[in-house]
Ligand binder design. Structure first.
Ligand code: AKG
Length: 287
């Protein structure tokens, strides 16, 4: 059972933290699997870089068709003009996305758990579906920033329903680029942007260009195995990892299938991989 504190924090602050949600061995298993995926990854061919400050990557089909795939996205500046890696391959990847939870058995076992079913049901999602997963590396020295945003801007439903479940796979601290969040910002802040698909590319609609009040954000430090659940309207960001310690994290985004998922959202899957009802999937994988 989740504590009253957890539920109250979620509603009041827009996020809630559960330490020791996942055993360290499970985190290390996921970490090892992510490492194998990177080893198998062919970094050549261009168009495989991810950035939250530059949106050129999103013009690439590689990104736009990743909603139903398992793909690696490189950090900025880690490949030279000849396609050679400038850093160790294991540190070259920004993230893996976006359907490991349905395509990779190790990720599926980590993602669809009785704990997740309890969290989403207690936090009020009636018919949850896990829409996307991201394994974020934020490697020492190269791990890039994630600029302030809300997840609803990227995974838009009517009404808003997205909820994020973020797991610390390594200890996450201010020093190695932990997440920062704005307590209460899910209630007080306007929706500033919407990222969506348009004509085979993507675009960012801007409704309000007021900068976020960064002084009101707090660090969300989290030891390995911590789960942070947050509302899709919660402003959050993370900084570049300038430390010598990695900061791996795994995050999944859950929506309510009773809400309308807009056709021009950037993330879509083919008919061969329909979204799965979360409660049934948890039961199936726990059987
Ligand atoms: O892990 C991070 O640094 C950012 C994650 C994030 O923005 C998300 O999970 O929505």
């Amino acid at each position: 059972m989740l504590s009253d504190d957890f539920l109250e924090s979620y509603h009041r602050d827009g996020f809630a933290v559960l330490t020791d949600a996942v055993a360290a061995e499970k985190c290390l298993e996921l970490r090892a699997r992510a490492g194998e995926i990177v080893e198998e990854f062919d970094h050549t061919g261009g168009g495989k870089t991810f950035s939250t400050t530059e949106q050129t990557h999103s013009r690439e089909e590689y990104f736009l068709t990743s909603g139903g795939a398992v793909r690696c996205f490189l950090e900025e500046g880690v490949v030279d003009t000849q396609g050679r890696l400038l850093v160790e391959k294991a540190n070259s990847v920004n993230k893996i996305g976006h359907a490991m939870h349905d395509l990779d058995p190790v990720f599926a076992a980590f993602s669809y758990t009785p704990l997740v079913a309890e969290v989403v049901s207690q936090l009020g999602i009636v018919n949850p579906q896990m829409l996307q997963s991201m394994y974020i590396f934020k490697s020492p020295g190269v791990g890039g920033e994630v600029v302030p945003h809300i997840d609803h801007s990227f995974l838009w439903t009517q009404p808003k329903s997205v909820m994020t479940l973020w797991y610390a796979i390594d200890d996450s601290t201010v020093e190695n680029g932990c997440m920062w969040a704005m307590p209460g910002g899910h209630l007080s802040e306007p929706v500033r942007q919407r990222f969506r698909a348009e004509g085979g590319s993507t675009t960012m609609d801007v409704y309000d260009d007021t900068p976020y009040p960064l002084g009101e954000f707090v660090p969300v430090e989290a030891p390995r195995g911590t789960l942070v659940a947050f509302d899709g309207m919660l402003p959050h960001f993370s900084r570049h990892n300038h430390s010598d310690r990695p900061r791996h994290a795994y995050t999944v985004h859950v929506i309510d299938s009773d809400a309308r998922y807009l056709k021009d959202n950037w993330l879509h899957r083919g008919e061969e991989l329909p979204l799965r009802p979360l409660f049934e999937e948890v039961e199936r994988l726990s059987a």
